[in-house]
Design a protein around this ligand. Structure first.
Ligand code: HEC
Ligand code: HEC
Ligand code: HEC
Ligand code: HEC
Ligand code: HEC
Ligand code: HEC
Ligand code: HEC
Ligand code: HEC
Ligand code: HEC
Ligand code: HEC
Length: 316
């Protein structure tokens, strides 16, 4: 029952500030402009005209939809949990008070998804009225929130098991919008995301975080060290960019080059070391070790840092 006043306040405030009041409704709400739509909902919430029979009432008309009924296979359809919608306002906990909706279906209900007339922020306020846990602390400042991605763009509730919570199908949902990362992860060298051994949320918090790119750890490097601890060092001879930013040389999503490198050696190395060995006999001798095979890595094999007493130039 907790959800009601919160939703009413969140939905109401913006509308009241604009001084709108709810007009009488007739015809399809799909054609309403968003402000008009919000005004109607605001009026409904003010009236608080919830159905006395709860879900039973809704199902008189909606039970033939398999999609609607699938709600009861998932967590939101369980009545045995005190905080569940089914233990309180039931369907109306998410879709708002019924009002006169049942009279010919003329009064709009809150709907979800990209084509819904209500803004993502308002849709999300419904979900957040029950879900303001620690995991979503950074939601309001997250890029997903600012870009108006709705909770329901990632989550489904009228299902037995929400596909985005399944590691096998999470990546599919993310890459339906993130096509560049999809292309990268299908390149020759990538993290094993195609086989669900890894997922996007191993490195990113989809609800936002205090770090750059919503990473799960405080920095790019700390995120990498979670699984590649051996690269943290300390090393007797450090390679400066390694300790600073793994992404200076690696694309974490994948690359056409070995080891997910952004470029191949020698170009990769020369992007920072413009002309190493200039004037040195090694370089001018046309030594094929400069360009052949692993190029610079033929000699500088310890590119992440060396612990060898003679490894000052990142050799072994
Ligand atoms: C008397 C029949 C009737 C009752 C009772 C009823 N509805 Fe509806 N509902 C309709 C009709 C008709 C539509 C519009 C046709 C459509 O889009 O499916 C509709 C549309 C909806 C939609 C929008 C679907 C969409 O795809 O845009 C939602 C959500 C909804 N109803 C929820 C509810 C809820 C929740 C209840 C109970 C509180 C309820 N309805 C009770 C008949 C009813
Ligand atoms: C936890 C919130 C929540 C509850 C509770 C809930 N719904 Fe929904 N409903 C949604 C969301 C979100 C969607 C958008 C589709 C999706 O993500 O599954 C939706 C979609 C719908 C639709 C449109 C379905 C379609 O065919 O596209 C109808 C109708 C509907 N709900 C009716 C109901 C009825 C009736 C109940 C109660 C038995 C109910 N809902 C309970 C959140 C909820
Ligand atoms: C009336 C309160 C209420 C509302 C409103 C509500 N939820 Fe929930 N939700 C719950 C409860 C209770 C659970 C089960 C316990 C838990 O995991 O916190 C749950 C669980 C979840 C889970 C985890 C599901 C799982 O299988 O473990 C997701 C994801 C979720 N809700 C998303 C949503 C989204 C998206 C919306 C808005 C469309 C929404 N919820 C609206 C109460 C609510
Ligand atoms: C960009 C996609 C995306 C969006 C948008 C999103 N989620 Fe999630 N959510 C996920 C993924 C992936 C997981 C599972 C992995 C995790 O917890 O990091 C998850 C887990 C959850 C869970 C279950 C575990 C937990 O954290 O309690 C809940 C509840 C939840 N989300 C609610 C919401 C709500 C509410 C919103 C909107 C404010 C929302 N989510 C927006 C992707 C998303
Ligand atoms: C409905 C579309 C949509 C879905 C689904 C989606 N995203 Fe996004 N995401 C966006 C948009 C839009 C942006 C902002 C523009 C951009 O960076 O592409 C964004 C940005 C991001 C960013 C950059 C954040 C920052 O702080 O710079 C990350 C990381 C991200 N998404 C991860 C994910 C993950 C992980 C998932 C799946 C759990 C996911 N997204 C699902 C639309 C989506
Ligand atoms: C191994 C960790 C890791 C995994 C797995 C991962 N990312 Fe990232 N992602 C990063 C890092 C690190 C950055 C920041 C890149 C930088 O600083 O150049 C980033 C940046 C992003 C951005 C911001 C735009 C950009 O490229 O800088 C988006 C969007 C994004 N990731 C989406 C995704 C999606 C979608 C998935 C799953 C298909 C995913 N990421 C999997 C580590 C990861
Ligand atoms: C959740 C664990 C995890 C995180 C976090 C992680 N990795 Fe990985 N990484 C892996 C796994 C698993 C492999 C595959 C190992 C294998 O194939 O033997 C891998 C492989 C690699 C490879 C070698 C790829 C190849 O084709 O040889 C590179 C380079 C790499 N990771 C860089 C990074 C960078 C940079 C970061 C931080 C942005 C990072 N990883 C974060 C788990 C992780
Ligand atoms: C200056 C460029 C550069 C930076 C910065 C860098 N790497 Fe690498 N990394 C390479 C090169 C080059 C290879 C290929 C080595 C080879 O082929 O012998 C590689 C290979 C790898 C591999 C696969 C082979 C192995 O050694 O395990 C992993 C994993 C890896 N790097 C992780 C990281 C992590 C984690 C960071 C940040 C702490 C990082 N790298 C920073 C250049 C770099
Ligand atoms: C993002 C820039 C960057 C990239 C890419 C890069 N380096 Fe470096 N490298 C540095 C910096 C900065 C130093 C430290 C320079 C100094 O202390 O004067 C350094 C130092 C070195 C040193 C000298 C170590 C010493 O202390 O004398 C060698 C050898 C070296 N890099 C080899 C390579 C090789 C081989 C590659 C390609 C795999 C590479 N670097 C890629 C920035 C880079
Ligand atoms: C044939 C082996 C060999 C190859 C190939 C090689 N180096 Fe070196 N490099 C050395 C040795 C040995 C030193 C240390 C002695 C010196 O200072 O000349 C060195 C020193 C360096 C230094 C630090 C000294 C300085 O201030 O110049 C850098 C930076 C460097 N190499 C970068 C590169 C890059 C980039 C490549 C690929 C284009 C490369 N090296 C290819 C053997 C090699």
């Amino acid at each position: 029952m907790q959800a009601k006043p919160l939703i009413a306040t969140l939905l109401g405030s913006a509308v009241l500030a604009l001084g709108l009041s709810g007009p009488a409704v007739a015809g399809s709400w799909d054609d309403m402009d968003p402000q008009e739509f919000e005004a109607v909902l605001d009026k409904k919430f003010a009236e608080g005209n919830y159905s006395k029979q709860g879900a039973d009432n809704c199902l008189m008309c909606h039970r033939r939809s398999e999609k609607v009924m699938a709600l009861f296979d998932g967590v939101h359809g369980r009545a045995d949990q005190s905080k569940s919608p089914m233990a309180g306002l039931q369907c109306e906990a998410c879709h708002g008070p019924m009002g006169t909706h049942n009279r010919g279906g003329k009064e709009p209900m809150i709907t979800f998804g990209e084509n819904a007339p209500l803004s993502a922020e308002k849709q999300n306020s419904v979900c957040l009225s029950c879900h303001q846990g620690e995991e979503r602390m950074a939601w309001h400042s997250s890029v997903h929130n600012l870009e108006e991605v709705a909770c329901s763009s990632c989550h489904q509730v009228h299902v037995a098991q929400d596909p985005i919570l399944d590691r096998k199908t999470e990546v599919e949902t993310c890459t339906s919008c993130h096509t560049r990362q999809k292309a990268d992860m299908n390149k020759r060298s990538s993290h094993p995301m195609k086989w669900a051994d890894m997922t996007c949320s191993d490195c990113h918090n989809p609800h936002g975080s205090m770090s750059e790119a919503a990473l799960t750890s405080t920095t790019v490097n700390n995120t990498c060290y979670e699984c590649h601890a051996e690269k943290r060092g300390p090393f007797l001879y450090e390679h400066a960019p390694v300790a600073e930013d793994c992404a200076a040389c690696h694309n974490p999503h994948g690359s056409v080059n070995d080891a997910m490198l952004t470029q191949r050696a020698p170009q990769l190395c020369q992007s920072c070391h413009a002309s190493p060995h200039s004037g040195s006999p090694i370089f001018n001798s046309g030594e094929d070790r400069m360009t052949a095979g692993k190029s610079c890595l033929n000699c500088h094999s310890q590119v992440h840092g060396s612990n060898h007493p003679n490894g000052s130039a990142l050799q072994r």
